[in-house]
Design a binder for this molecule. Structure first.
Ligand code: NAP
Ligand code: ZN
Ligand code: ZN
Length: 348
């Protein structure tokens, strides 16, 4: 066992504080990673504040992790000491169910092991996330990070990148497809960059026009404010695909009406509240309402390679560990531009 510095939530209502945690010894199939950078995802905030249900405290979160391999177990074949690697939202799965066998570990029928708040099959402890100096992960859940990408910016691809890449791929974002991205935060701005690189016609639907210049610079073709009722009139029956990244409940009816025939609204935003829908809104234009959870390990590697090929990294603001709590407040105010990344050397 190894003791490492980390930041943990002591309860649902208190700020995160410095702690030490134990990382397990490197098992035969394990990779030990010295964490260089960890992104802040809105899911970290939902989790530590108990918004998705009770958790056990203290809890270290963080599932956008990039670092360097410092040790590998005897049976490891995929990674070696010195490699630049990443870890996302999962650190294990059953590997046997039909979804795991098909490469959809995120939909493991026995439940994948999340990077934090999961039960680690290696030792039965509760998994602790990336706001820490080092982590030990089974090699099959460790990704290769292309060296051409800026290491200080790449971490958010491990969640925000794959969570938007997967539905954009699955629902065929590409030339001739009109794609709307709702919410220009961490996930939203990645969806804009990725959908643009896929060749789609991209529209941002943000609460206001305050980030319009950024949106257009990042690859959006159009930008509308959702606080303007005319937006919903002008864009009726228009989109092939809408990716909703908003962390709070929205009026889904209003957004479904923006879909043209056979269009899909896929929700990746994860508010705990139910989202009411009238089926008649789905009958019209044969619309679909869908959800999507991160992406499989193979697909995450594909996304990293796609981003390397297209030179895509997130827009980030680098912070020190003692700035995590104020960064949370800015995320909650929709004042993130567009992902906070923690310099893990400041956990020392
Ligand atoms: P984020 O950076 O906070 O972005 C969310 C954006 O939604 C904000 O920047 C804001 O954009 C908009 N928004 C926030 N509150 C709003 C409100 N009350 N009404 C309308 N718009 C609002 O969060 P994130 O890290 O991108 O995560 C977004 C959501 O996705 C979270 O719920 C997170 O848990 C979830 N998530 C899901 C998965 C998955 O696998 N499905 C993976 C990762 C994250 P504007 O300022 O442009 O309006
Ligand atoms: Zn996340
Ligand atoms: Zn499985």
């Amino acid at each position: 066992m190894r003791t490492v510095n980390a930041y943990a939530a002591p309860s649902a209502t208190e700020p995160l504080v410095p702690v030490t945690i134990q990382r397990r010894d490197v098992g035969p199939k394990d990779v030990q990673i010295e964490i260089a950078y960890a992104g802040i995802c809105h899911s970290d905030i939902h989790t530590v504040r108990g918004e998705w249900g009770p958790i056990t405290y203290p809890q270290v979160v963080g599932h956008e992790i990039v670092g360097t391999v410092s040790a590998v177990g005897d049976d490891v074949t995929k990674h070696k000491v010195g490699d630049l690697v990443g870890v996302g939202c999962m650190v294990n799965s059953c590997r046997e169910c039909e979804n795991c066998r098909a490469g959809y570990e995120q939909y493991c029928l026995k439940g994948n092991v999340q990077t934090y708040t999961g039960i680690d099959p290696a030792d039965g402890t509760i998994t602790q996330g990336g706001y820490s100096q080092a982590i030990v992960v089974d090699e099959d859940f460790v990704l290769r990070v292309p060296e051409s990408l800026d290491v200080a910016k790449v971490a958010p691809l491990l969640c925000a990148g794959i969570t938007t890449y997967s539905p954009l791929r699955h629902w065929g974002a590409g030339p001739g497809k009109r794609v709307a991205v709702v919410g220009m935060g961490g996930l939203g701005h990645m969806a804009v960059k990725i959908a643009h690189a896929m060749g789609a016609d991209v529209t941002v639907l943000s609460q206001t026009l305050s980030k319009k210049e950024d949106g257009l610079r990042l690859g959006a073709d159009h930008y509308f404010a959702t606080n303007d009722p005319e937006t919903f009139e002008d864009l009726g029956n228009y989109f092939d695909l809408i990716v909703n990244t908003v962390s709070a409940p929205l009026d889904m009816q209003a957004y479904l009406r923006l879909l043209r025939r056979d269009g899909t609204l896929v929700n990746v935003g994860a508010p705990p509240e139910a989202l009411p829908i009238q089926v008649f809104t789905l009958f019209n234009n044969r619309r679909s309402f869908a959800g999507s959870s991160i992406g499989g390990i193979g697909e995450t590697q594909e996304m990293l390679d796609f981003c390397a090929e297209h030179g895509i990294v997130p827009e980030t603001e680098l912070i020190t560990a003692d700035e995590i709590n104020s960064a949370y407040e800015r995320v909650l105010r929709s004042d993130v531009r567009y992902r906070f990344v923690i310099d893990a050397s400041t956990f020392a």
